[in-house]
Design a protein around this ligand. Structure first.
Ligand code: SF4
Length: 274
């Protein structure tokens, strides 16, 4: 079967369209390419298991693989279902792992918030997707700093969708600092899900997630309480970004989630960070 290969340390990484991969020696790679495999060897069996060769399974094996590939690529039929709207690049935090080009809270809104024109066109594109259901996710920066624009986006989407009739899930990613009763009531009215961040107990959360006052945790807890009052106990899902510092406190992190009535932890690992 077709496969790709590249150097991997002193060996070779081979991979195929079925999502399988193996690290093999140069000798094994040459044997595979030159079709000089020992059919009784473990290597031969592993290649077969990982769909690098069909062996003697003939057309039945091929049909199997075709169906596997079709399942893997099924998402293409629905095209893009998740649409991320970065409403602003401004943020009131400066987390040590921030990967966006964040700007300070008071930066120019004209420059760093999404314009009405871009917003309207982006909604049109989202609603043109073939999928009957889409997710509109607001991200930043900090979405709450552009809350009026978020509200506008939700109302405009619902209006444009009236004739189209897609099922739309709204999600807002926010650090929740400074959230107000009015905003939470808007979320309730429009069934907007909240995805937030809690990196662990106070000392760790504040270490990872800096604010000018160094008090992110206290502000977040205040917002958690308010959100639970208005939206109910299960209104939040939180993710925990794992830094080197976090690795020292696994038990404390889990305890913090339990303390706050969160039943799941979405663990976001960092692939880079010094
Ligand atoms: S809250 Fe998000 S956007 Fe703001 S600094 Fe932290 S990671 Fe970056």
């Amino acid at each position: 079967m077709p496969f790709r290969f590249s150097n991997f340390k002193s060996d070779y990484l081979i991979s195929n369209d079925f999502g399988e991969w193996m690290v093999i020696s140069r000798k094994n790679l040459e044997d595979l390419i030159n079709k000089k495999l020992d059919t009784t060897s473990i290597f031969y069996r592993e290649l077969k298991l990982n769909n690098f060769i069909l062996g003697n399974s003939g057309s039945f094996g091929l049909e199997n693989l075709a169906s596997k590939l079709k399942t893997k690529k099924e998402f293409i039929l629905d095209f893009s279902k998740l649409h991320i709207f970065c409403m602003t690049l401004r943020c009131n935090h400066s987390c040590i792992y921030c990967q966006v080009s964040r700007k300070s809270e008071n930066s120019c809104t004209n420059k760093y918030d999404m314009s009405n024109e871009v917003l309207s066109k982006s909604i049109d594109i989202m609603l043109q997707m073939p999928s009957p259901s889409v997710t509109m996710e607001f991200q930043g920066g900090e979405s709450l700093l552009a809350i009026e624009k978020v509200k506008k986006a939700v109302l405009l989407t619902n209006e444009k969708n009236e004739k189209i009739g897609k099922s739309i899930t709204f999600v807002i990613c926010t650090n929740m600092v400074g959230i107000t009763v009015q905003t939470l009531e808007f979320f309730k009215e429009h069934n907007i899900q909240i995805s937030t961040s809690l990196d662990g107990p106070e000392f760790l959360h504040n270490f990872n997630r800096n604010t000018s006052g160094g008090d992110s945790y206290i502000k977040v807890m205040k917002s958690f309480r308010l959100a639970k009052e208005i939206l109910g106990n299960n209104c939040l899902s939180a993710l925990m970004t794992t830094t080197r510092e976090s690795l020292k406190y696994p038990k404390e992190i889990v305890d913090e989630y339990i303390k706050n009535g969160l039943t799941t932890i979405f663990i976001r690992e960092l692939k880079w960070h010094s």
